[in-house]
Design a protein around this ligand. Structure first.
Ligand SMILES: Cc1cc2nc3c(=O)[nH]c(=O)nc-3n(C[C@H](O)[C@H](O)[C@H](O)COP(=O)(O)O)c2cc1C
Ligand code: FES
Length: 548
């Protein structure tokens, strides 16, 4: 790989890559995402490779093992370019027919198309499937266009042009200003404005600054960060390097899951390739800017995704949180200013730099801009990774995009934001996806995990499961969280065994109040959310469980 020493050389390289790509050359993009992996995509990929070899078609047809396509429930999914014919639930036995009929014969195999369960209509192209039609996929859409292990695929779709623009056409202050004007809010939980956080770290005293990608994604039911990071790691890295330039950091850390071999492999491959091209390391693109990245793996406990605990973990200590009054942007890893953002937050940065804040702020609601990735699971027809503009209603996500609930069941609620999130009843389903609208209902956006619950769900039992998780995951450092959550769980166990006592609801309310006010970190401070939201909207279910 040649080292790239200037924006002109980057553009020449891009042109060279594109000149070798015939636009009409067939390409079979097979989802190699986590869910399709469980559904047997490796055998499908192998079958395609073998069949092309058998027919001596390796030079005439490209194969691309890609990241998640989003429609995880219906995998393994296969998208055939240039016609963009989309096949679902593909098995190795279908492969010879796909090559003969669709790739060579340009004919569509009806059996493998998506069928709309309501109308019975078949969708030939990906864009005809209601699931895709109703989304705005400006981050996750690139997953089908690239092989995450080939940096050239990313360069071919314009990758690293935002980095080049930032380094050569913008000062760090101008980059920061663009992110502030775009009002990019953090996608990892709190929705804090990224620009303000960057500015605090940039202006904090000390020359050594750190930047971090939070790729821990321990929230139950959340799987979109790994869909972005595994499927298009360079998109995240590009945003990260731009952020480091704006903040003035020469060292970055990726903190991610230890138990995802594919994610690990794709991150390491992307880092090595970016470094070889001179897009990372010393004197990036010949600009004089130096930036190095280290990868750290979590220890498998939920709280290590909390910002201060994560920084302790990077220091080699136990991932225990610190009190929030010490701001990590000013005093983080080894007490140096450290800016941490979620995977999806970083992934938004290149497009903001390329297209500008005005474009970005034209998408979304008044106070929540851009799109949001949501991972949808539970009692829903399409378990999926969805990307929609902020402001899309929860009803649209569940019914129009994810195909509603199976077995004709009615919807009772959606639980948003993982274990520390809240439940929203069916009659409020027209609530827009918006940081403030959700938190107004006691259900924070969290990282965007959405659990669909049907009419048969016991909200008390569902909340018990979440508290069981939280009580095991509390790091135990502070009493209100360690004991408070455990005491709440005791009450839930009692309620679920049919032994609820008068006063239990009031006791839960008191415990919520104490853990919310007195806990050290957001785990304890927001553990009350599932309790408070289900007490607010489903109180009668609690009352029924109390034996008078
Ligand atoms: C217990 C706990 C676990 C968390 N886990 C994650 C996580 O896995 N990924 C993440 O991005 N943020 C997680 N957060 C939120 C982070 O502390 C932090 O607010 C966020 O990563 C900041 O990035 P953002 O501003 O881009 O959202 C967690 C918070 C808590 C309290
Ligand atoms: S993992 Fe294949 S579509 Fe999500």
């Amino acid at each position: 790989m040649p080292r790239i020493n200037s924006p002109a050389e980057l553009e020449d390289l891009r042109k060279g890559i594109l000149s070798h790509k015939a636009p009409d050359k067939p390409c079979i993009a097979i989802c190699a995402g986590t869910n399709c992996l469980a559904l047997g995509n490796q055998e499908v990929i192998r079958a395609f490779k073998e069949e092309l070899k058998k027919q001596s078609l390796e030079d005439k047809v490209d194969i691309r093992a890609t990241g998640c396509h989003g429609l995880c429930e219906r995998g393994p999914n296969v998208l055939i370019y240039p016609q963009e014919v989309y096949y679902i639930e593909v098995s190795p036995e279908d492969v010879p027919e796909i090559i003969a009929e669709t790739v060579l014969g340009k004919k569509v195999i009806d059996r493998l198309l998506y069928t709309d369960p309501d109308t019975g209509e078949k969708a030939v192209h990906q864009s005809d499937i209601p699931f895709y039609k109703k989304q705005t996929r400006m981050i996750i859409n690139t997953n089908t266009m690239i092989d995450p292990k080939r940096i050239d695929d990313f360069l071919a779709i314009g990758g690293y042009s935002a980095l080049s623009k930032a380094l050569f056409e913008m000062t760090p202050e101008a980059v920061l200003d663009e992110i502030k004007k775009a009002n990019l809010r953090g996608r990892g939980g709190g929705g804090f404005p990224a620009g303000l956080k960057w500015e605090t770290a940039r202006n904090a005293p000390g020359d050594q600054k750190y930047v971090i990608i939070n790729g821990h994604e321990g929230e139950p039911g959340a799987f979109m960060d790994r869909a972005i990071f595994t499927g298009n790691p360079h998109n995240v890295l590009e945003g990260f390097i731009i952020g480091a330039y704006a903040i003035g950091a020469s060292q970055g850390f990726i903190y991610t899951r230890h138990d995802m071999p594919q994610l690990k492999e794709n991150i390491y491959t992307a880092l090595a390739q970016a470094e070889e091209y001179g897009l990372l390391g010393d004197n990036i693109l010949g600009s004089g800017f130096n930036f190095h990245i280290e990868v750290h793996f979590d220890v498998g406990i939920f709280v290590s995704g909390e910002s201060s605990a994560l920084m302790r973990s990077i220091e080699g200590k136990n991932p225990e949180p610190r009190p929030k009054y010490i701001r990590t942007s000013v005093s983080g890893i080894w007490d140096k200013p450290s800016n941490l953002n979620n995977v999806e937050t970083w992934a938004n940065v290149p497009q903001i730099i390329n297209k500008g804040h005005e474009w970005y702020t034209s998408i979304g609601t008044e106070r929540s801009k851009g799109t949001k990735l949501v991972s949808v699971s539970g009692h829903v027809n399409n378990t999926a990774v969805v990307e929609v503009p902020m402001g899309t209603t929860l009803r649209e996500i569940v019914f129009d995009i994810c195909g509603g609930l199976p077995n004709g069941k009615k919807l009772k609620a959606v639980h948003f934001g993982g274990a520390m999130g809240g439940s929203i009843p069916e009659n409020l389903l027209d609530t827009p996806l918006d940081f403030d609208a959700l938190s107004g209902l006691g259900a924070t956006m969290g990282a965007g995990g959405m659990l669909v619950l049907d009419e048969d769900t016991s909200m008390v039992e569902m909340t018990r499961t979440l508290l069981d998780f939280l009580s095991k995951e509390s790091c135990g450092k502070c009493v209100p969280c360690r004991e408070g959550v455990r005491q709440m769980l005791k009450v839930y166990n009692r309620l679920c065994e049919g032994k609820g006592k008068p006063g239990d609801i009031e006791l839960l309310e008191d415990l919520c109040d104490v853990s919310k006010k007195a806990s050290l970190c957001s785990l304890g401070r927001t553990a009350y959310s599932p309790v408070a939201s289900t007490l607010r909207f489903f109180r009668e279910e609690y009352e029924e469980k109390i034996v008078q």
